[in-house]
Design a protein around this ligand. Sequence first.
Ligand SMILES: Nc1ncnc2c1ncn2[C@@H]1O[C@H](COP(=O)(O)OP(=O)(O)OP(=O)(O)O)[C@@H](O)[C@H]1O
Ligand SMILES: [Mg+2]
Length: 342
Amino acid sequence: MNDEKKISSPDTTEQENTLTLRNLKVIFPNEAGVIRAVEGIDLDIKPGECVALVGESGCGKSMTSLAIMKLLSSPPAMIRVDELKLNGEDLTLLSEQKMQSIRGSQMSMIFQDAMTALNPVMTVGRQLDEIFMRHSNMKRKEAKEHSIKALAMVGVPSPELRYKDFPHQLSGGMRQRVLIAMAFACQPKLIIADEPTTALDVTIQAQVLELLSDMQRKHNTSLLLITHDLSIVANMADRIYVMYSGKIVETANAYELFKKPLHPYTEGLLGAIPRLSDDHHEFIQIPDSVPHPMFKPQGCYFHPRCRYATEECKCDMPPLREIAPGHCVRCFHPLSEKGEDK
Ligand SMILES: Nc1ncnc2c1ncn2[C@@H]1O[C@H](COP(=O)(O)OP(=O)(O)OP(=O)(O)O)[C@@H](O)[C@H]1O
Ligand SMILES: [Mg+2]
């Protein structure tokens, strides 16, 4: 069991979670030791909710998402989880064959790099057809009609013509739209988007995020949006989990997290976002980088980079504590207790 006390999830109602994840651990053993990529993570996602998982490169975001999809190969990874449920169904018990039918139909993933996520030798139309044929038992003709509609719905111009294109014939933004169409094709309950716009330039990035947000609301899909950039989730996420070096260090609803961050790491992530309304905005820079997962420091993993660290932080790992309903922080000295509310 997770060694930490149970945290009430925010906005708790009787409504069943779309995703329940408890105490996920992902480690990679090697000759020199053990890489602890994910160290006991809990996540809850409600129906129709957009939840962001945010943290710097290497903190374990992708390993978490791949473990949820059961797409991590073991070996090399060793995966432990107390609970992994999609709409109440225990995924830990399912065979790979059953998981294959769940992926695409009940949960799907949008990857960062559409060029590698798409099959380069098959037209995008055919790739969409395959999804409709496999998961909705459609014949080719009916699947084609649905594929063209799906392309139109994600704003691909002249969808009948683009249907016949190979991935390399489309622009980066259009390819990402095709991935979004594929992810939503069978109206899954949960979509995981792992850095869906990092490979795109800024203007296209904004358009693709807006599309993703529109589609999510239209279909009332639960969305787990993974990113290293807090600013891109500001307008999209209902709730945010901040991850650092394999652990959740703060979670709150988006409004509260932006208004009143409690963890110095979150403060640093927010400090890097310029605000137009703020004339005297202080740019808080977090020095150095995430520790190598084989050489994590003793105590709080963030303490070598933390401007508030004390002796206690160097010795012990702080537990994740609920400071306000649904607002949890893994810090001995959360910012609110220092009177440094923003
Ligand atoms: N096959 C592997 N063998 C050993 N370590 C691995 C392996 N795959 C990933 N890791 C380690 O697991 C840690 C978490 O990786 P992960 O890809 O989840 O990070 P991330 O938060 O998604 O980063 P990014 O923002 O760069 O995508 C990293 O430190 C990485 O080095
Ligand atoms: Mg990643």
